[in-house]
Design a protein around this ligand. Structure first.
Ligand code: 5GP
Length: 180
């Protein structure tokens, strides 16, 4: 235990995540049978989930990343999204699977899908580890969801708290001051 994890409550354990990655990987393998799959990870948050997920996909898989950040405070996104780093590979004619850590308002994914559509992929699907739909503001299509979660600020397994805690092997909730 560290200073930053001592009050953390485990919401989803490493074992639960591992089991769900296997299920999602099997489903994706079945859905894209006979195809090559181009997986795009959204940095920074998706790097841990993507690494576990792709190892459960039994297809010919290529991988690329892009970096996005949205302005706003820790709990309130502004909806203004910035692309910090673009893809290195073209996606035209490819079956693309976008992998995200969490979809909250949906504004980030909405921006990303609109951007990627202009590059004419053969198909585009979305996989998110966490779906926090209480405050959804953009109607984004989500094909694969790891876990539905309540409207709490979660960290770990790629998700940060001011850039800390991405390395935790589980998803935790930091209790708010009035709750602890
Ligand atoms: P959006 O609201 O646009 O769907 O999500 C914007 C971004 O906010 C996500 O990609 C993620 O980086 C961040 N975010 C949303 N909810 C949480 C959360 O509970 N914990 C963490 N660490 N980041 C979150």
């Amino acid at each position: 235990m560290t200073k930053r994890t001592e009050h953390l409550e485990v919401l989803i354990s490493a074992e639960q995540i591992e089991a769900r990655c296997k299920e999602l990987g099997a489903q994706i393998t079945e859905d894209f049978a006979g195809e090559e799959l181009h997986v795009i990870g959204v940095l920074n948050g998706a790097f841990v989930f993507l690494a576990d997920l792709v190892r459960q996909i039994k297809l010919d898989v290529s991988i690329d990343f892009l970096g996005l950040s949205s302005y706003g405070s820790r709990k309130e996104t502004s909806g203004v999204v910035r692309m910090d780093s673009d893809l290195s590979l073209p996606i035209e004619g490819r079956h693309v699977l976008v992998v995200e850590d969490i979809i909250d308002t949906g504004l980030t994914m909405n921006y990303l899908l609109e951007n990627l559509e202009t590059r004419r992929p053969a198909s585009m699907s979305v996989c998110t580890l966490l779906n926090k739909s209480a405050d959804r503001r953009a109607d984004v299509p989500i094909d694969y969801v790891g876990f539905e979660i309540p409207d709490e600020f979660v960290i770990g397994y790629g998700l940060d708290d001011a850039e800390f805690s991405r390395h935790l092997p589980y998803i935790g909730v930091v209790p708010q001051p009035d709750e602890s």
